[in-house]
Design a protein around this ligand. Structure first.
Ligand SMILES: N[C@@H](CCC(=O)N[C@@H](CS)C(=O)NCC(=O)O)C(=O)O
Length: 314
Protein backbone atom coordinates (compact mmCIF):
# COMPACT_ATOMS: atom_id res chain seq x y z
CA UNK A 1 0.00 0.00 0.00
CA UNK A 2 2.59 2.54 0.98
CA UNK A 3 5.34 3.14 -1.41
CA UNK A 4 7.70 5.17 0.59
CA UNK A 5 8.67 5.78 4.13
CA UNK A 6 10.44 8.95 4.91
CA UNK A 7 10.58 11.54 7.57
CA UNK A 8 10.09 15.25 7.60
CA UNK A 9 13.54 16.67 7.70
CA UNK A 10 13.81 19.87 9.69
CA UNK A 11 16.11 21.19 6.97
CA UNK A 12 13.29 21.11 4.43
CA UNK A 13 11.60 24.40 3.59
CA UNK A 14 8.21 24.54 5.29
CA UNK A 15 5.31 23.55 3.12
CA UNK A 16 3.56 26.57 1.67
CA UNK A 17 0.13 27.08 3.12
CA UNK A 18 -2.71 28.72 1.22
CA UNK A 19 -2.58 31.51 3.73
CA UNK A 20 0.94 32.51 2.86
CA UNK A 21 1.99 34.58 -0.10
CA UNK A 22 4.44 31.94 -1.23
CA UNK A 23 3.97 31.40 -4.95
CA UNK A 24 2.59 27.98 -5.74
CA UNK A 25 5.56 27.23 -7.93
CA UNK A 26 7.83 27.26 -4.89
CA UNK A 27 5.92 24.34 -3.54
CA UNK A 28 6.47 22.38 -6.69
CA UNK A 29 10.21 23.05 -6.52
CA UNK A 30 10.07 21.93 -2.96
CA UNK A 31 8.33 18.79 -4.15
CA UNK A 32 11.13 17.96 -6.46
CA UNK A 33 13.55 18.04 -3.59
CA UNK A 34 11.23 16.10 -1.34
CA UNK A 35 10.51 13.52 -3.98
CA UNK A 36 14.20 12.83 -4.45
CA UNK A 37 14.35 12.41 -0.71
CA UNK A 38 11.43 9.99 -0.83
CA UNK A 39 13.12 7.91 -3.47
CA UNK A 40 16.22 7.45 -1.40
CA UNK A 41 14.20 6.00 1.44
CA UNK A 42 11.73 3.84 -0.45
CA UNK A 43 11.43 0.44 1.13
CA UNK A 44 9.17 -2.18 -0.37
CA UNK A 45 8.65 -5.53 1.30
CA UNK A 46 7.80 -8.58 -0.83
CA UNK A 47 4.22 -8.52 0.36
CA UNK A 48 3.92 -4.87 -0.56
CA UNK A 49 5.29 -5.63 -4.02
CA UNK A 50 2.77 -8.44 -4.41
CA UNK A 51 -0.01 -6.16 -3.25
CA UNK A 52 1.11 -3.52 -5.70
CA UNK A 53 0.99 -6.01 -8.59
CA UNK A 54 -2.43 -7.25 -7.56
CA UNK A 55 -3.71 -3.73 -7.33
CA UNK A 56 -2.46 -2.70 -10.72
CA UNK A 57 -4.18 -5.68 -12.36
CA UNK A 58 -7.44 -5.25 -10.51
CA UNK A 59 -10.70 -5.33 -12.39
CA UNK A 60 -11.16 -1.63 -11.82
CA UNK A 61 -7.84 -0.81 -13.43
CA UNK A 62 -8.80 -2.77 -16.53
CA UNK A 63 -11.74 -0.46 -17.02
CA UNK A 64 -9.57 2.63 -17.14
CA UNK A 65 -8.42 2.27 -20.75
CA UNK A 66 -12.09 2.64 -21.68
CA UNK A 67 -11.69 6.29 -20.79
CA UNK A 68 -9.89 6.74 -24.09
CA UNK A 69 -13.19 6.06 -25.87
CA UNK A 70 -14.37 9.43 -24.70
CA UNK A 71 -12.78 12.37 -26.33
CA UNK A 72 -13.62 15.70 -24.83
CA UNK A 73 -12.89 17.71 -27.98
CA UNK A 74 -11.86 21.37 -27.96
CA UNK A 75 -12.51 22.67 -24.43
CA UNK A 76 -11.92 26.28 -25.44
CA UNK A 77 -14.58 26.39 -28.15
CA UNK A 78 -18.15 27.70 -27.92
CA UNK A 79 -20.08 25.71 -25.37
CA UNK A 80 -23.74 25.01 -24.93
CA UNK A 81 -23.87 25.96 -21.26
CA UNK A 82 -27.39 24.61 -20.77
CA UNK A 83 -26.11 21.21 -21.84
CA UNK A 84 -22.94 21.62 -19.77
CA UNK A 85 -24.88 22.32 -16.60
CA UNK A 86 -27.44 19.62 -17.36
CA UNK A 87 -24.81 16.90 -17.83
CA UNK A 88 -22.80 18.08 -14.85
CA UNK A 89 -25.94 18.14 -12.69
CA UNK A 90 -26.81 14.60 -13.80
CA UNK A 91 -23.25 13.62 -12.94
CA UNK A 92 -23.78 15.07 -9.46
CA UNK A 93 -27.04 13.16 -9.08
CA UNK A 94 -25.31 9.94 -10.04
CA UNK A 95 -22.92 10.38 -7.13
CA UNK A 96 -25.78 10.90 -4.64
CA UNK A 97 -24.50 12.80 -1.60
CA UNK A 98 -20.90 11.66 -1.87
CA UNK A 99 -18.61 14.62 -2.03
CA UNK A 100 -21.22 17.16 -0.94
CA UNK A 101 -21.04 17.33 2.84
CA UNK A 102 -18.35 17.83 5.38
CA UNK A 103 -18.45 15.12 8.03
CA UNK A 104 -15.80 16.34 10.41
CA UNK A 105 -15.16 19.46 12.40
CA UNK A 106 -12.44 21.01 10.32
CA UNK A 107 -9.39 21.86 12.30
CA UNK A 108 -8.28 24.26 9.58
CA UNK A 109 -5.12 22.27 9.17
CA UNK A 110 -2.47 23.78 6.95
CA UNK A 111 -2.43 22.20 3.51
CA UNK A 112 0.02 19.36 3.64
CA UNK A 113 -1.58 17.15 1.02
CA UNK A 114 -0.62 16.99 -2.63
CA UNK A 115 -2.89 15.07 -4.94
CA UNK A 116 -1.78 14.05 -8.43
CA UNK A 117 -4.89 13.16 -10.37
CA UNK A 118 -7.14 13.96 -13.27
CA UNK A 119 -10.72 15.10 -13.10
CA UNK A 120 -12.28 12.36 -15.25
CA UNK A 121 -10.63 9.48 -13.37
CA UNK A 122 -13.24 7.66 -11.23
CA UNK A 123 -10.62 6.64 -8.68
CA UNK A 124 -9.40 10.20 -8.29
CA UNK A 125 -13.04 11.22 -7.84
CA UNK A 126 -13.36 8.85 -4.88
CA UNK A 127 -10.39 10.56 -3.23
CA UNK A 128 -11.72 14.05 -3.95
CA UNK A 129 -15.09 13.03 -2.46
CA UNK A 130 -13.31 11.87 0.68
CA UNK A 131 -11.43 15.16 0.86
CA UNK A 132 -14.76 17.03 0.81
CA UNK A 133 -16.08 14.80 3.58
CA UNK A 134 -12.93 15.41 5.59
CA UNK A 135 -13.09 19.15 4.95
CA UNK A 136 -9.48 19.22 3.84
CA UNK A 137 -7.70 21.57 1.51
CA UNK A 138 -5.26 19.99 -0.88
CA UNK A 139 -2.82 21.00 -3.57
CA UNK A 140 -4.01 19.49 -6.83
CA UNK A 141 -1.48 18.67 -9.55
CA UNK A 142 -3.54 17.74 -12.61
CA UNK A 143 -2.11 14.90 -14.68
CA UNK A 144 -4.39 14.72 -17.75
CA UNK A 145 -3.56 12.15 -20.39
CA UNK A 146 -0.90 13.50 -22.73
CA UNK A 147 0.60 15.77 -20.06
CA UNK A 148 4.17 15.50 -18.83
CA UNK A 149 5.02 17.96 -16.06
CA UNK A 150 3.27 16.48 -13.03
CA UNK A 151 3.23 12.94 -14.43
CA UNK A 152 6.99 12.97 -14.37
CA UNK A 153 6.96 13.89 -10.67
CA UNK A 154 4.70 10.90 -9.97
CA UNK A 155 6.84 8.51 -12.00
CA UNK A 156 10.01 9.63 -10.27
CA UNK A 157 8.47 9.50 -6.84
CA UNK A 158 6.32 6.39 -7.00
CA UNK A 159 7.78 4.48 -9.91
CA UNK A 160 4.80 4.48 -12.27
CA UNK A 161 2.16 6.69 -13.80
CA UNK A 162 -0.99 5.74 -11.99
CA UNK A 163 -3.57 8.05 -10.50
CA UNK A 164 -4.53 9.09 -7.94
CA UNK A 165 -1.18 9.51 -6.19
CA UNK A 166 -1.04 11.24 -2.82
CA UNK A 167 1.85 12.85 -0.99
CA UNK A 168 1.31 13.92 2.60
CA UNK A 169 4.06 16.24 3.76
CA UNK A 170 2.75 15.95 7.28
CA UNK A 171 3.53 12.25 7.64
CA UNK A 172 6.06 11.92 4.81
CA UNK A 173 3.96 9.26 3.14
CA UNK A 174 3.31 8.88 -0.56
CA UNK A 175 0.88 6.35 -1.95
CA UNK A 176 -1.14 5.03 -4.88
CA UNK A 177 -4.51 3.21 -4.73
CA UNK A 178 -7.63 5.27 -4.17
CA UNK A 179 -9.10 2.91 -1.57
CA UNK A 180 -5.92 2.95 0.47
CA UNK A 181 -5.68 6.72 0.16
CA UNK A 182 -9.25 7.22 1.41
CA UNK A 183 -8.62 4.89 4.36
CA UNK A 184 -5.36 6.65 5.15
CA UNK A 185 -6.97 10.09 5.03
CA UNK A 186 -9.77 9.04 7.38
CA UNK A 187 -7.33 7.39 9.77
CA UNK A 188 -5.11 10.44 9.78
CA UNK A 189 -7.65 13.27 9.63
CA UNK A 190 -11.07 11.69 10.23
CA UNK A 191 -11.25 12.26 13.98
CA UNK A 192 -12.42 8.68 14.37
CA UNK A 193 -15.03 8.84 11.60
CA UNK A 194 -15.32 6.44 8.68
CA UNK A 195 -16.01 7.28 5.05
CA UNK A 196 -19.73 7.71 4.44
CA UNK A 197 -21.60 4.55 3.59
CA UNK A 198 -20.90 3.23 0.12
CA UNK A 199 -18.19 5.74 -0.73
CA UNK A 200 -15.47 3.13 -0.99
CA UNK A 201 -17.60 0.61 -2.87
CA UNK A 202 -19.37 3.08 -5.14
CA UNK A 203 -16.60 3.72 -7.65
CA UNK A 204 -17.27 0.65 -9.75
CA UNK A 205 -20.98 1.45 -9.96
CA UNK A 206 -21.58 5.14 -10.39
CA UNK A 207 -18.04 6.48 -10.22
CA UNK A 208 -17.98 6.20 -14.00
CA UNK A 209 -21.16 8.13 -14.56
CA UNK A 210 -19.70 11.67 -14.32
CA UNK A 211 -16.92 10.62 -16.70
CA UNK A 212 -19.41 9.28 -19.22
CA UNK A 213 -21.93 12.09 -18.82
CA UNK A 214 -19.21 14.70 -19.17
CA UNK A 215 -17.96 12.95 -22.30
CA UNK A 216 -14.33 12.92 -21.35
CA UNK A 217 -14.01 16.48 -20.07
CA UNK A 218 -11.11 16.74 -17.63
CA UNK A 219 -9.25 13.80 -19.07
CA UNK A 220 -6.85 14.95 -21.77
CA UNK A 221 -4.35 17.80 -21.94
CA UNK A 222 -5.60 20.59 -24.19
CA UNK A 223 -3.02 20.73 -26.95
CA UNK A 224 -2.98 24.52 -26.97
CA UNK A 225 -2.44 24.95 -23.25
CA UNK A 226 0.60 27.01 -22.33
CA UNK A 227 3.56 24.76 -21.56
CA UNK A 228 4.74 26.65 -18.48
CA UNK A 229 3.20 26.46 -15.03
CA UNK A 230 1.30 29.53 -13.82
CA UNK A 231 3.56 32.22 -12.33
CA UNK A 232 1.56 32.46 -9.09
CA UNK A 233 -0.80 30.64 -6.84
CA UNK A 234 -4.25 29.58 -8.07
CA UNK A 235 -6.99 28.83 -5.56
CA UNK A 236 -10.38 27.24 -6.07
CA UNK A 237 -13.17 27.03 -3.52
CA UNK A 238 -15.22 24.04 -4.49
CA UNK A 239 -16.79 20.85 -3.31
CA UNK A 240 -16.53 17.68 -5.26
CA UNK A 241 -20.14 17.19 -6.27
CA UNK A 242 -20.97 20.77 -7.21
CA UNK A 243 -21.91 20.81 -10.92
CA UNK A 244 -20.46 24.27 -11.63
CA UNK A 245 -17.24 23.65 -9.73
CA UNK A 246 -16.79 20.42 -11.70
CA UNK A 247 -16.79 22.38 -14.97
CA UNK A 248 -14.06 24.69 -13.63
CA UNK A 249 -11.96 21.78 -12.32
CA UNK A 250 -12.19 20.09 -15.72
CA UNK A 251 -10.70 23.18 -17.36
CA UNK A 252 -7.92 23.48 -14.76
CA UNK A 253 -7.12 19.84 -15.46
CA UNK A 254 -7.14 20.13 -19.24
CA UNK A 255 -4.77 23.10 -18.93
CA UNK A 256 -2.56 21.21 -16.44
CA UNK A 257 -2.78 24.09 -13.97
CA UNK A 258 -1.89 23.24 -10.37
CA UNK A 259 -4.12 24.84 -7.77
CA UNK A 260 -5.05 24.84 -4.14
CA UNK A 261 -8.42 23.20 -3.74
CA UNK A 262 -10.39 24.43 -0.75
CA UNK A 263 -13.21 22.02 -0.15
CA UNK A 264 -16.27 23.79 1.18
CA UNK A 265 -18.92 21.10 1.45
CA UNK A 266 -22.16 21.56 3.37
CA UNK A 267 -21.20 22.14 7.01
CA UNK A 268 -17.61 23.09 6.26
CA UNK A 269 -15.99 25.51 8.64
CA UNK A 270 -14.05 26.87 5.67
CA UNK A 271 -17.16 28.84 4.72
CA UNK A 272 -15.79 31.81 6.64
CA UNK A 273 -12.64 31.82 4.51
CA UNK A 274 -14.83 31.70 1.41
CA UNK A 275 -17.11 34.50 2.57
CA UNK A 276 -14.07 36.61 3.46
CA UNK A 277 -12.68 36.08 -0.03
CA UNK A 278 -15.84 36.39 -2.10
CA UNK A 279 -18.58 37.88 0.06
CA UNK A 280 -20.75 34.86 -0.62
CA UNK A 281 -21.07 31.19 0.32
CA UNK A 282 -21.39 30.07 -3.29
CA UNK A 283 -18.88 27.83 -5.04
CA UNK A 284 -17.01 27.79 -7.30
CA UNK A 285 -14.88 30.77 -6.40
CA UNK A 286 -11.56 31.11 -8.18
CA UNK A 287 -8.55 33.33 -7.45
CA UNK A 288 -5.45 33.82 -9.58
CA UNK A 289 -2.92 35.59 -7.37
CA UNK A 290 -0.55 36.40 -10.22
CA UNK A 291 -3.07 38.61 -12.03
CA UNK A 292 -5.54 39.45 -9.28
CA UNK A 293 -8.41 37.86 -11.22
CA UNK A 294 -11.14 36.44 -9.01
CA UNK A 295 -14.63 35.34 -9.84
CA UNK A 296 -17.52 33.17 -8.73
CA UNK A 297 -19.02 32.91 -12.21
CA UNK A 298 -18.03 29.60 -13.80
CA UNK A 299 -18.43 30.97 -17.35
CA UNK A 300 -16.16 33.92 -16.63
CA UNK A 301 -13.64 31.62 -14.96
CA UNK A 302 -13.58 29.31 -18.00
CA UNK A 303 -13.15 32.26 -20.34
CA UNK A 304 -10.34 33.65 -18.19
CA UNK A 305 -8.51 30.34 -17.92
CA UNK A 306 -8.48 29.63 -21.65
CA UNK A 307 -7.64 33.24 -22.49
CA UNK A 308 -4.78 33.38 -19.97
CA UNK A 309 -3.35 29.88 -20.05
CA UNK A 310 -3.82 28.68 -23.61
CA UNK A 311 -3.23 29.81 -27.14
CA UNK A 312 -6.95 29.51 -27.84
CA UNK A 313 -9.15 32.40 -28.94
CA UNK A 314 -12.21 32.39 -26.70
N1 LIG B 1 -6.78 0.52 -8.40
C1 LIG B 1 -6.35 1.86 -8.72
C2 LIG B 1 -6.74 2.13 -10.15
C3 LIG B 1 -6.14 3.45 -10.62
C4 LIG B 1 -6.18 3.55 -12.13
O1 LIG B 1 -6.29 2.56 -12.83
N2 LIG B 1 -6.08 4.79 -12.60
C5 LIG B 1 -6.03 5.04 -14.01
C6 LIG B 1 -6.89 6.24 -14.38
S1 LIG B 1 -8.61 5.95 -14.07
C7 LIG B 1 -4.63 5.40 -14.41
O2 LIG B 1 -3.86 5.88 -13.61
N3 LIG B 1 -4.29 5.19 -15.68
C8 LIG B 1 -2.98 5.51 -16.19
C9 LIG B 1 -2.95 6.81 -16.92
O3 LIG B 1 -3.93 7.57 -16.92
O4 LIG B 1 -1.90 7.10 -17.47
C10 LIG B 1 -6.99 2.85 -7.74
O5 LIG B 1 -8.03 2.53 -7.14
O6 LIG B 1 -6.44 3.94 -7.54
Amino acid sequence: MMLSFCYNSPSITPFSSPNTNTPFLTTLNFNNRTLAFNNRFRILSNSQKQQQQQNSTSLLSFLCPLLKLFSGGDPSGQRNFTLEVATSSLASLSRFAWGSNSKVESSNLPTTLQLFEFEACPFCRRVREALTELDLSVEVYPCPKGSVRHREVVRKSGGKEMFPFLIDQNSGISMYESGDIVKYLFEQYGEGRSPSRGLLESTIFTGWMPTILRAGRGMTLWERSTPDPPPGKLELFSYENNPYARIVREALCELELPYILHNVGEGSSRVKLLVDASGSKEVPYFIDHSTGFQSGDYKKILHYLFETYSAAIV
